[in-house]
Design a protein around this ligand. Structure first.
Ligand code: SF4
Length: 192
């Protein structure tokens, strides 16, 4: 199955391949996490200050040669509909994880990584709160922002829509991969 078909299974609204060299990693983005607008700063292993620093992420990210920006749009009753926002974030996280699992299943040994939107929500309560190591490091993955990537700017570069209209929330994530670890017929995608 082609990579785009595996992503389609998870009903992503958009997915666009691009070259990882288009990714800009900016300490100012990571710094914004400290404002703790999402309430997860210091409360999740995949968020600052627990998650690795951006220099480490720069090395990891630039170790891939291709990336795919994926998005999913969720409708809300109003812009204050926190329930829809939370449920959308959770669904997006599960979709990305399932996409990774199906890509890995179809392409054993594939070199890939996913970056999501917001904190890791795999466990009901992150063990970070009890000062214990991550319980499922194989399931956890950081957000785009935690790695210092300005997702709004990158969405303009890739052409994936960040704003999909009134009373909607759009979540964006990245699938990073080494094309050499797929057979050419599997990706079938031309990066920007
Ligand atoms: S897998 Fe669980 S313990 Fe690990 S970062 Fe995610 S929520 Fe926290």
């Amino acid at each position: 199955m082609q990579l785009d078909e595996l992503l389609e299974e998870q009903n992503f609204t958009e997915y666009k391949p691009f070259d990882v060299t288009l990714i800009r990693i900016d300490p100012a983005v990571r710094k914004m996490c400290e404002a703790n607008a999402c309430g997860s700063y210091g409360r999740n292993h995949m968020c600052p200050p627990s998650v690795d620093g951006i220099d480490k992420w720069r090395d990891v990210i630039m170790g891939f040669d291709h990336a795919m920006m994926v998005s999913k749009v969720y409708t809300m009753e109003s812009k204050y509909d926190m329930k829809a926002m939370f449920e959308g974030a959770k669904d997006f996280e599960v979709s990305l994880r399932k996409a990774r699992e199906s890509i890995e299943e179809e392409n054993p040994g594939v070199n890939m990584m996913i970056l999501g939107a917001g904190p890791c929500m795999y466990c009901k309560k992150c063990s970070n709160l009890d000062d214990l190591p991550c319980i499922h490091p194989d399931k956890a993955y950081p957000s785009v922002e935690a790695c210092g990537i300005d997702v709004m700017s990158l969405s303009k570069v890739t052409g994936v829509k960040y704003n999909n209209g009134e009373n909607t929330v759009t979540y964006l994530g990245l699938v990073l991969y080494s094309s050499s670890s797929f057979s050419p017929s599997t990706t079938g995608l031309k990066p920007l």
